[in-house]
Design a protein around this ligand. Structure first.
Ligand SMILES: C[S@@+](CC[C@H](N)C(=O)[O-])C[C@H]1O[C@@H](n2cnc3c(N)ncnc32)[C@H](O)[C@@H]1O
Length: 329
């Protein structure tokens, strides 16, 4: 039998290989090259093995390195930089986590939100900095099989414009009224804090310039009127927050790219809690394997897309950054 550390090293190398092939290739040639390099690099693998398991992720390593000034060059350059700055990089990886906040996801939530009657009390669990809590403040363009459809907030075009490719569906025809909004996160991010904002920027992959521009615009908009973000675990905190929603509003709880970070048993408890609340509309936008009962409803290949569901019923496949919406059925 191999000693434990060798097994760990093998699985970490394999994880970095898979990250390069399945996640980064096609989306970030820089990260694909970096992850391929790490997978074959015994010295860097040994340094990563000294970190707790959840802290060995490629996204965290590469964001931390870029945040600290490693640049976006080839793998040998990154390697040299990492070996020279490992203590700093390790400390940052231990202090931070991957809390990517993508306002673009509002474009795929809007079709579900627009169907809800009345003013809404909107609660996001796993909100990061809360940029997805402002679907009523952004402008949207849906590119359909026929012609594009644009929607603006009530007071005119927003500084944040979200573009979404829509298939097999009509675009939403209204932006809902959000009467009250609040979020929950294990570690809420203060978007007005320039270092935290810079960390969110570092989490965006190098080639994704449009997403960086969107983050800047959404951060400025949200920092001018920040949301209430409650620190805590989603399962333990959501009912207290629901109790605060003003009367006369429809309570909506949503989450996007969150439950993958939660243990499967806790995911199921959260889903059961949401299903038990007749007074809540529950919107879930997660990877297809995250809530298996929802993922199983997809009648076609998800190809890395999320499954959007309302009250446990899958309604669409969505681009993970809100870039596409394909209605199911
Ligand atoms: C990838 S970010 C997604 C942020 C946002 N929902 C979006 O779509 O842009 C996931 C967030 O979920 C939070 N999170 C993970 N597990 C959580 C839990 N058990 N309770 C509350 N928040 C959690 C993390 O701290 C992180 O900010």
């Amino acid at each position: 039998m191999q000693p434990m550390t060798e097994l760990d090293a093998d699985s970490l190398r394999e994880y970095y290989r898979k990250f390069a092939q399945l996640e980064a290739t096609g989306s970030s040639p820089i990260y694909a090259a970096w992850a391929t390099g790490v997978a074959e690099d015994d010295e860097i693998i040994a340094l990563l093995l000294d970190l707790p398991k959840p802290k060995r992720q490629a996204n965290l390593l590469f964001a931390a390195a870029r945040h600290l000034g490693a640049g976006e060059d080839d793998y040998p350059t990154l390697r040299t930089w990492l070996l020279q700055h490992w203590e700093l990089t390790r400390d940052l990886m231990l202090a931070r986590s991957t809390q990517t906040n993508e306002a673009g996801r509002c474009a795929v939530l809007l079709p579900a939100l627009a169907r809800i009657e009345g003013p809404i009390s909107l609660i996001e669990v796993g909100a990061s900095a809360g940029l997805c809590l402002y679907p009523d403040r952004y402008s949207y363009t849906y590119r359909t099989e026929t012609e594009p459809v644009t929607l603006h907030p009530e007071d005119g075009p927003s500084t944040v414009e979200l573009v979404c490719e829509m298939t097999n569906s009509r675009p939403p025809d209204r932006i809902p009224e959000v009467a009250w909004r609040a979020g929950i996160d294990l570690n809420p991010i203060d978007i007005a804090d320039s270092d935290q904002q810079k960390w969110l920027r570092s989490l965006i992959w190098p080639e994704h310039k449009i997403r960086r521009a969107r983050l800047s615009a959404a951060s400025a908009l949200v920092a001018a009127d920040p949301p209430r973000l409650v620190p805590g675990d989603l399962l333990e905190t959501v009912e207290d927050l629901l109790a605060e929603a003003p009367a006369g509003t429809q309570k909506v709880v949503f989450h996007s790219a969150v439950l993958a970070y939660v243990e499967p048993a806790e995911r199921e408890s959260f889903a059961a809690l949401m299903q038990s609340r007749d007074d809540v509309v529950w919107i879930s936008n997660e990877g297809d394997g995250v809530l298996p009962d929802i993922g199983a409803q997809a009648d076609r290949e998800t190809d890395g897309r999320f499954v959007l569901a309302v009250n446990g019923q899958a309604i669409a496949l969505t681009g993970p950054h809100g870039q596409s919406f394909e209605r199911l059925g």
